[in-house]
Design a protein around this ligand. Structure first.
Ligand SMILES: [Fe+2]
Ligand SMILES: [Fe+2]
Length: 144
């Protein structure tokens, strides 16, 4: 079964979003390394990119014409649920904390380099998904 990316988006699967975030994030990391000499630990960056939305299948339920919010969505924030899973699985703290705070509405974001890459890769890919769905991308919402 495919999981939709956000609610009301039956045409845009979560796996497509995750693949786009992962590819964009790897491209950004390569660029940062080439231009700025910024090094990334692939054992930290890759799980962050691939697993940043791992909790979404637990937060949404499939409904006619798209998806709605599961009960858990109203109990814990997106990102925090994923971080709890990753903590249980033994991922390093930097992976857990970055996933916990990556959501656009999180009270703050991680200051590590991987969080920086994830932020822009995630928004880049999310804005593409929103365009495909005929919705307003985040970068065009400022001031609205
Ligand atoms: Fe997310
Ligand atoms: Fe995402």
């Amino acid at each position: 079964m495919t999981c939709p990316f956000p609610p009301g988006s039956p045409t845009y699967p979560l796996k497509a979003h995750v693949n786009e975030v992962t590819r964009a994030g790897l491209d950004l990391a390569r660029r940062a390394t080439a231009d700025w000499g910024t090094e990334f630990d692939p054992d930290i960056l890759l799980p962050i990119l691939i697993l940043h939305d791992v909790d979404k299948p637990l937060l949404y339920v499939r409904e006619a014409g798209g998806a709605g919010h599961a009960q858990l969505y109203h109990e814990l924030p997106h990102g925090v649920v994923g971080a709890m899973l990753l903590k249980d699985l033994g991922f390093p703290h930097s992976v857990v904390s970055t996933v916990a705070t990556h959501a656009t509405n999180a009270p703050f974001h991680g200051a590590n380099r991987e969080a920086h890459v994830l932020h822009y890769a995630d928004l880049f890919a999310a804005d593409h998904a929103l365009r495909v769905m005929g919705k307003t991308p985040f970068y065009l919402r400022h001031g609205r």
